[in-house]
Design a protein. Sequence first.
Length: 131
Amino acid sequence: TSSVGSSFIFDGSVSSGMSLGLTQGFSLRNISGSGGIFNVQVGADLRPSGKSNSNIVLRLKLFKNGAPIEGSLTNNTFTPESIYNPVSLSTRCLVYLDNSDEISARFDIFVENGVVPDIRIFSANMVAFNV
């Protein structure tokens, strides 16, 4: 098992009460001054960056303040024959965020046996808005 983090660019011009999170990688932080229910959506186009002789599972899961959010897991399995085809992973959830709470996404890769390749991320986005 290998956990992969990514960094991304925060577009403050469209932000309303959110900032770049303090967690390494893909995260947003509620700085609105109050709590609320947020619709969080994360999507990414990715694939393993190398070849393996066994099946590879790429997984995307959301976290609130470092704790996993139940029901947010999505994954895709690659066979050795399909390793070079990128896939889209996406997930969304409704979550209550107090002021200063963070929502983050993590991409993981699992290999049954053999070499664990890196993950190549072609594009990724995270959107969180108060509902």
